[in-house]
Design a protein around this ligand. Structure first.
Ligand SMILES: Nc1nc2c(c(=O)[nH]1)N[C@H]1C(S)=C(S)[C@@H](COP(=O)(O)O)O[C@H]1N2
Ligand SMILES: [Mo]
Length: 201
């Protein structure tokens, strides 16, 4: 008898059920960026919440690091077909960011903005109730620059392009507004379990 989960090369038991359709497991951590890595010094770093065009709250690096920090262990799935299990992050949950700003979500949609001019749209319901964070640490260390350090959005239940690296803020929008890849043919929502890779899926 061959036990499911030990059939693939060195997969942890039960991992097959955790790999969405069309994905395969990787052990390394590929880097995928649309452009060069921006290097953001702590004294230039800030995170800003906006409602439409209006900034409503901004944190410096020191202020942001003083917000409650949470450890977060999740599987991640890239649209280029790799998945990685049990990745370990620490950072500030979106719930805690909104609480610190005393802001109840004013609209249903958001756009994440970044220091490299990238953007991606995520419905606010996919960011709250323990689903997403602004990650500051990976594997117990400061988040490396090529993986989005100093800070990246982490929305692990959606394809990884939604996890905006070098995040600089979150903007509430009235309508679901396409970001960088969504304008270039990627799906507006990006659920890996429904294989929502492209706008035709
Ligand atoms: N700011 C920014 N965030 C980004 C990207 C980018 O080019 N710029 N690429 C996205 C894509 S397509 C993927 S798959 C993941 C890759 O993250 P990684 O390099 O840490 O694996 O980052 C996402 N976030
Ligand atoms: Mo990606």
């Amino acid at each position: 008898m061959v036990t499911r989960g030990f059939t693939g090369r060195g997969r942890p038991p039960g991992s097959d059920e955790r790999i969405p359709p069309g994905q395969h497991l990787v052990g390394d951590f590929p880097v995928l960026s649309a452009g060069p890595t921006p290097h953001v010094a702590p004294d230039r770093w800030s995170f800003t919440l906006k409602v439409g065009p209006k900034p409503v709250k901004s944190w410096s690096w020191a202020e942001f690091n003083a917000l409650p920090q949470t450890a977060f262990k999740r599987d991640i799935h890239c649209v280029t077909s790799w998945s990685k299990l049990d990745t370990e992050w620490e950072g500030v949950m979106i719930d805690d960011i909104l609480a610190a700003a005393s802001l109840a979500p004013p609209t249903d949609f958001t756009l994440a903005h970044t220091f490299d001019g990238y953007s991606t749209n995520v419905p606010i319901k996919d960011l709250i109730d323990g689903k997403a964070m602004v990650a500051l640490r990976y594997n117990g260390e400061a988040l490396p620059a090529d993986h989005g350090g100093p800070a990246r959005l982490l929305v692990p239940h959606l394809y990884f392009w939604k996890s905006a690296k070098w995040v600089s803020g979150l903007q509430f929008t009235d309508r679901d507004t396409a970001g960088f890849w969504e304008l270039r043919g990627y799906h507006m929502y990006g659920d890996p379990w429904r294989e929502q890779r492209y706008d035709t899926d």
